[in-house]
Design a protein around this ligand. Structure first.
Ligand code: SAH
Length: 291
């Protein structure tokens, strides 16, 4: 805590906002099967959605137990494909490079980047539990000297200026103000470094946030930004887009399969499908160069 003067009274300023405390509480308590059962398959824990064509034949498996297992494995394959799509855009990188994973969850993304590029990684999350879990996974893999997780605010990381060749947000930008976030990425990235974001955003051509987008905000305690906000905030913070990809069509098969996975649904599936189908919501990848 530090203090600030307001008139004659001294008001304490918390080091983390009440909102950030609530987000941390959410992720400290979170134990959804869709996040834990999928990760157990190969110890790559992803807390994001999937992309690509789904093998819907898993739904026809007659043995009920095997059917669940096959659906779980198929959803994990699609989530992993999303992580690979992002990691591919970070390159080229070498083992001498470090990368920064902003809002790292249980850590799967940094491991994927390390395995693909050999780079070192620093991940940050507001959740102490997630950081501990991810560090334990890195220890088990024997990569804890290269891949580290910290319980920190991605807007104020305290990590070294210009220390990173690449950085990203995988479904974590809806928790923060984009100008504050991109200023921190611009600080951490060296000149010529690469920034990548995959995010749900609301579609400016639809208008304002739809009912479905508002329901998603309430479900996750977040504030989804419009597509336009990303480009404005990047332009203001030395990040110049080099590749933009609308992944909306590519993520719908994941949601259609997940909707039918009784053992994994969280209750938000129909809302996501509705939002994508009525055009109010988009799943977007943006890669940018730090100039
Ligand atoms: N990128 C991960 C997890 C996405 S879930 C993945 O792809 O698997 C969203 C994550 O954002 C959570 O880990 C949450 O703790 C983190 N987060 C939200 N606001 C944050 C902030 N201000 N600083 C750091 N992490 C934050």
């Amino acid at each position: 805590m530090s203090s600030t003067e307001v008139g004659a009274t001294t008001v304490p300023v918390p080091s983390q906002s009440s909102y950030q405390n609530r987000v941390a509480d959410y992720w400290n308590a979170e134990e959804n099967p869709v996040n834990l059962e999928l990760g157990k398959i190969d110890d790559l824990y992803h807390h994001h959605y999937g992309v690509g064509a789904a093998d819907v034949s898993v739904l026809d498996e007659p043995d009920p137990e095997l059917r669940q297992e096959r659906i779980t494995a198929e959803l994990h394959r699609l989530e992993h494909a999303q992580a690979e799509l992002l990691a591919e855009r970070l390159g080229p990188l070498t083992p001498a490079d470090r990368v920064f994973d902003a809002g790292c969850g249980r850590g799967g993304g940094s491991v994927v980047a390390h395995l693909r590029h050999g780079c070192g990684a620093d991940g940050v999350t507001l959740s102490e539990k997630q950081a501990e879990f991810a560090n334990e996974q890195a220890r088990k893999r024997g990569i804890d000297d290269r891949v580290r997780y910290h319980c920190r605010n991605m807007l104020d990381t305290g990590l070294p200026t210009g220390g990173y060749a690449a950085s990203w947000n995988n479904e974590s930008t809806m928790y923060v103000e984009l100008d504050l976030l991109f200023a921190e990425h611009a600080r951490l990235l060296r000149r010529g470094g690469r920034y990548v974001v995959i995010t749900g955003c609301y579609n400016d051509t639809y208008g304002r946030a739809s009912r479905e987008v508002s329901l998603i905000n309430a479900h996750y305690i977040c504030d989804i930004h419009p597509r336009s906000a990303y480009f404005r905030a990047m332009a203001r913070n030395r990040l110049v887009p080099v590749h933009v990809e609308d992944l909306t069509a590519a993520t719908i098969p994941y949601w259609e399969l997940r909707q039918q996975a009784e053992h994994l649904v969280t209750g938000i599936e129909e809302t996501f499908l509705g939002a994508y189908r009525n055009g109010s919501f988009q799943y977007l990848l943006i890669a940018a160069d730090r100039v």
